[in-house]
Design a protein around this ligand. Structure first.
Ligand SMILES: C[S@@+](CC[C@H](N)C(=O)[O-])C[C@H]1O[C@@H](n2cnc3c(N)ncnc32)[C@H](O)[C@@H]1O
Length: 196
């Protein structure tokens, strides 16, 4: 019998959460800003949405990118995305619990609110960066944690260090946006780096 993933239980209600949808809207807007600043285009790009969940970010890319590999360890989250893919006829989107078995094949890698949950965050960034073509962009969004605190999230230093260790250049870590989230104002971080 397949073992249940801890995220499976969120799959059925994830898309109904207005906070999750607002977060995805803000994430996509900040992604568009980053692409414009670097003169990169989403149209026609090969994208990997790592930790895609139900595809709240994937669905915003689906009619623009040429190919989107939506990867997530939760089959239940991916099943929700699969239903959307079928309903909307998004032929560019492929879902999988495993990373694409390729190298230098993608233009863009996006990781929205997943990196802080990874058992080996720096190692996973290096694995993901191997998927990028030269000049390709790695982008992550995560809640900010103060260095050395038990807060959920990642610190600016942790992100800078992981992206630098993955040999990305032009690394930038900033506040991505500010939104209301469950009665608080949150200011997640965006980490960006380019493949040589
Ligand atoms: C907070 S949710 C974010 C989902 C989506 N990116 C969004 O913004 O709506 C975190 C997601 O990361 C996935 N995840 C956790 N660990 C993972 C891993 N090691 N590899 C891939 N996905 C993972 C979970 O299954 C979950 O769907």
């Amino acid at each position: 019998m397949l073992e249940a993933d801890p995220w499976d239980e969120y799959a059925g209600t994830w898309d109904d959460d207005p906070a999750a949808r607002a977060y995805a809207t803000a994430t996509f807007a900040s992604f568009q800003d980053v692409l414009a600043q670097r003169d990169l285009d989403l149209v026609g790009a090969a994208v990997c949405d790592f930790g895609s969940g139900t595809g709240l970010l994937t669905e915003r890319l689906a009619d623009l990118a040429a190919q989107i590999d939506a990867v997530d360890t939760s089959s239940a989250m991916l099943a929700v995305l699969d239903a959307k893919v079928e309903a909307h006829g998004w032929t560019a989107v492929r879902t999988s619990t495993a990373l694409p078995n390729s190298q230098a094949s993608h233009d863009l890698i996006v990781c929205s609110s997943v990196c802080s949950f990874l058992p080996d965050y720096p190692g996973t960034v290096s694995t993901l960066v191997a998927l990028l073509r030269p000049g390709g962009l790695f982008v992550q969004w995560d809640w900010e944690a103060e260095p050395g605190s038990d807060d959920h999230g990642l610190s600016r230093d942790e992100i800078t260090s992981a992206l630098g260790a993955a040999d990305l250049i032009d690394v930038r870590v900033d506040t991505a946006f500010e939104i209301a989230f469950e009665g608080e104002t949150i200011r997640p971080l965006i980490g960006v780096g380019q493949k040589r």
